[in-house]
Write a protein that binds this ligand. Sequence first.
Ligand code: NAP
Length: 302
Amino acid sequence: MTAKLIKGTEIREEILEEITKEVQEIKEKHGVVPGLVTILVGSSPASISYVTLKIKTAHRVGFTEVQDDQPVDISEADLLALIDKYNNDDSINGILVQLPLPKHIDEKKVLNAIDPDKDVDGFHPVNVGRLMIGGDEVKFPPCTPFGIQEMIIRAGVETSGAEVVVVGRSNIVGKPIANMMVQKGPGANSTVTIVHTRTKDLAAHCQRADILIVAAGVPDLVKPEWIKPGACVIDVGVNRVGEKISEKTGKTIAILKGDVDFDAAKEIAGYITPVPGGVGPMTITMLMLNTLKSLKFKLGLM
Ligand code: NAP
């Protein structure tokens, strides 16, 4: 069997097109577009490249983008005051603070200062609670799990009654995606198991999975014999396993590998996400969707 590839790069294009269209319609009817502020503290090259991509995507879909770069030695009080300013700015629907923050700043305090109704990353405890309650309470699912669920839905994989096994219990991927898949509603209604480093028989749990979601950060952790024939395998892992020279640019780039032995797994699974080009492109896409949703909530369109 050769699995159907679920390509995040293609689904991203579909969703960004849909967002662009909706932004245009809202602009025509209501005279406003979503506003996203990205706050970058310091100048770490990795953070700059993430923020640059977010800004570029926001421009592409027609948002107003405010880029607020702050020096690495900004005080915690000044950063909190800045967040307060954007909390009270009517033109801003989403506030994004690029992590990690410098050591002298309490990250938790900063994230918790964001108005939950502008927390498009979905990390504020209020949004975590809303996600746990489910249904109409949910405002902003965290972007990576939101992307994973959307990929499963758009691939046409049946989730109702499916055995879902999630490898990993982090707050940003494992726990929220498990919570989302167990809720009542489309793309969910699954029977969910979460496994982690203390799980006794990882292989046996994975072998039961109709949908196997792997977010461990361990290259090739999931062996082909752990995969149920025909299962949907979502590989969230992004592991740098070496470097190579890019054929396109001639520059040195990282060799990335997922948590699943892709070449062997694709012969057994029914659906599989590649790494790179699978879950990765979905995160920023869903950040854009959450920002659009934020404006729609404000306008009473949702
Ligand atoms: P994390 O916070 O390090 O959590 C990893 C989880 O996996 C932990 O719960 C850990 O269990 C579990 N785990 C690790 N090794 C295991 C093993 N050998 N057997 C069973 N469970 C194991 O990582 P994360 O932030 O969730 O990220 C996971 C992976 O996804 C990383 O590769 C990350 O780069 C990638 N990621 C990708 C995206 C994206 O593509 N957009 C977004 C986020 C993350 P314990 O809790 O017991 O330690």
